[in-house]
Design a binder for this molecule. Structure first.
Ligand SMILES: CC(C)(COP(=O)(O)OP(=O)(O)OC[C@H]1O[C@@H](n2cnc3c(N)ncnc32)[C@H](O)[C@@H]1OP(=O)(O)O)[C@@H](O)C(=O)NCCC(=O)NCCS
Length: 235
């Protein structure tokens, strides 16, 4: 089921403080040099999200929602923007050089039945696909999820969705048949299980930057393989 579908989230017995998850803005450049800023989604992002959805091709909408969604309802917009940052977290990616142009979203929703697992979904506007933004957003989502005690992502992906499959498989996802035409991909977020892929290197680099901004998320791993939680805050 796509991560946009309202449902009751699970929760951990000792959820991390929300302050841990109020991650700062993260600035980067896409592979072609486009400057982007990534920050947590806020309740005031409804118009931004709607504008992005309207620019998304029917193919990308179908790949994301697994249904021919033509518009987002007020209820869906509330669900997608009014999040608790612990059981439901989302990053928004914007052009850093153009006011108010949203170009991608990454979201996880903790499973009610298995609180250490969250369903993850990523959307990048068609014009910006293939430039590394999906990889960056997945890395940031993994860092936020780890800080919230999530140990694995689950994603439901159309069999023909090669970009999303490759994105997840680059982080060690295991695929299983879910329903006709749909795969279930499970991605362990244990740093020790990360493969030696370029996407895993992006994840480690991102974790290092976010750690330096916010303090060490629990049990995350630095670029040299060390646990920053063990050696204290980086500057
Ligand atoms: C899936 C999606 C998020 C990927 O985002 P992206 O910004 O294009 O991803 P990246 O540029 O970081 O590419 C990630 C990997 O996907 C693969 N990929 C990207 N574009 C591809 C394409 N057109 N064909 C095949 N593989 C492709 C590559 O393996 C790539 O890694 P590489 O650049 O190291 O070769 C994006 O295509 C999208 O939003 N699609 C529509 C919505 C969707 O399907 N969401 C997932 C549902 S859960």
């Amino acid at each position: 089921m796509p991560a946009s579908t309202p449902r009751r989230s699970g929760s951990l017995r000792n959820p991390p403080s929300i302050d841990v998850l109020r991650l700062e803005r993260f600035e980067s450049r896409l592979r072609d040099g486009t400057p982007v800023v990534v920050r947590p989604v806020e309740p005031g992002d409804k118009a931004l999200l709607l504008a992005g959805f309207e620019r998304l091709s029917p193919q990308s909408r179908y790949a994301r929602f697994m249904a021919p969604v033509v518009q987002l309802s007020d209820g869906q917009l509330r669900y997608l923007t009014e999040i608790d940052y612990v059981d439901h977290f989302a990053w928004a990616a914007l052009r850093a050089d153009r006011q108010g142009e949203g170009i991608g979203v990454a979201r996880y929703v903790r499973l009610a039945t298995t609180p250490t697992v969250a369903e993850a979904a990523i959307t990048v506007l068609d014009d910006y696909q293939g430039r590394g933004l999906g990889t960056l957003l997945l890395a940031l989502l993994a860092v936020a999820a780890r800080a919230a005690g999530i140990r694995a992502f689950r994603a439901f992906v159309l069999e023909e969705n090669a970009p999303m499959r490759e994105l997840l498989e680059a982080l060690g996802a295991v695929a299983a048949h879910d329903s006709p035409g749909v795969l279930r991909l499970d991605v362990p977020l244990d740093p020790e299980l990360l493969p030696a892929s370029p996407a895993a290197r992006v994840l480690r680099a991102v974790a290092e930057k976010v750690v330096s901004l916010t303090g060490p998320p629990p049990h995350w791993i630095g670029p040299g393989g060390e646990d920053p939680g063990a050696s204290g805050r980086r500057s």
